[in-house]
Design a protein around this ligand. Sequence first.
Ligand code: NAD
Length: 475
Amino acid sequence: MYPELSLYINGEFLAIESRRHQDVINPATEEVVGHLPLATLEDLDTAVAAAHRAFLKWRNSSPLERSAVLRRVAELARQRAPEIGRNMTIDQGKPLHEAVAEVTVCAEHAEWHAEEARRIYGRVIPSRHPDVRQLVLRQPVGVCAAFTPWNFPFNQAIRKISAALGAGCTIVLKGPEETPSAVLAIAQLFQDAGLPPGCLNVVFGVPSEVSSHLIACPLVQKISFTGSTAVGKQLAALAGSHMKRITMELGGHSPAIVFDDADVEAAAEKLANFKLRNAGQVCVAPSRFFVQRGAYNRFLRRFTDVISSVRVGNGLDSTTQMGPLANQRRVAAMDALIADAKARGGNVVVGGAKYSRKGHFFAPSVVTNVPDDAMLMTCEPFGPVSPVVSFDDLDEVLERANKLSYGLSSYVFTDSAKTAHSVSTRLEAGMVNINHFGSALAETPFGGIKDSGIGSEGGTETFDGYLNTKFVTQL
Ligand code: NAD
């Protein structure tokens, strides 16, 4: 059974009662599976006040105490992964094995923050005078407001919560209304792991109403958002007007560059499978495929073979390799990208349309002959549609890859160390993956540059956005 949905404020799960609510839809069947309460402004104020009261104690908690809670969360997450994953497949659509893996892999985020929380060091600055002692202290910023999206509901939320709590902050998190089960499961994990009431609060609501209220709230000191660049810019502007610090993990349109000295068939297979993870609804999905002319035909043949053989269906079916898109908006977006590409001379080699069955299913698609100014090459696709184009040399492909305002991830396949060195230096992206996929691990920094965001999550950088730097000088 899909779980009862609620808000989680000051350690209590709150049902709909007299609140407004929103239906939660299974994207594979279009059936209503649950009813989600939407927070009132009073609920938001209660959550912030609880987070602030909790902060006054939690900021003084020992790193060992914070670490113990995060470790216990990781342990419980692994135990509950089958159930949390199943509910995530029901409301988000991804295949069950991907949903369960999201939980087990992301348990590592809680563990990583448990480890790093014990290493939040300051420093001693050698002073100009022997009687003066100069220290740099790092202190938690306070109450954080976070906003997480529907594509990786468990992953995005546990990262932000672990970073805030590990640093000694407390948090009010607005989860994704369309895929709420995983975030509520996280609230239960933290409660069962012994987190004091008020340290973590989970709300849902009308996004613009919740964000404008929380960001303006004087007790909220920090804003963290993962989602589209358009919304990120709005929230960053609002945060700026209140002088609040931000972490922004935004959209991307990641180039995948395949040089003709690479193992071309292997690159095609790896990229095709990686592209269709979560039906392409991944901010770091490879989404503009540039293949050097000498390798183009071989790449396209293998890439298209893999893409067209993927089994699409309900994520709960064990044979499914790609589920539905998470909502109708993504299906409409795929239609618009394909129509624009065709109007500009693009050739749909495989797929190109939604399925006629019930559910938000769109065929994995490959489009060739797409000009660089087509929507498919300039707007983040966030779906299972891949443009494959050719290039001649390194300078040309770097200019084309760097042309967009996005700068999130990038992928390069080459056997040449010289080429690898050159592209990793010159690509304008927060992450460069060469000959494999290695981003998004707990111990590695994750984040974009340019319009793709500000700040990093994960790695040793992870607490930077949640700590104030205080200088102390003493005679
Ligand atoms: P959208 O721009 O309406 O929303 C994106 C996310 O922001 C959603 O989670 C939404 O609930 C939230 N949101 C929207 N308005 C908000 C507001 N005023 N305050 C706070 N949160 C708000 O688009 P969408 O149709 O939900 O998603 C599609 C686009 O979002 C994609 O094209 C993709 O670029 C982007 N996206 C990116 C990520 C990521 O991981 N970077 C994740 C999900 C979606």
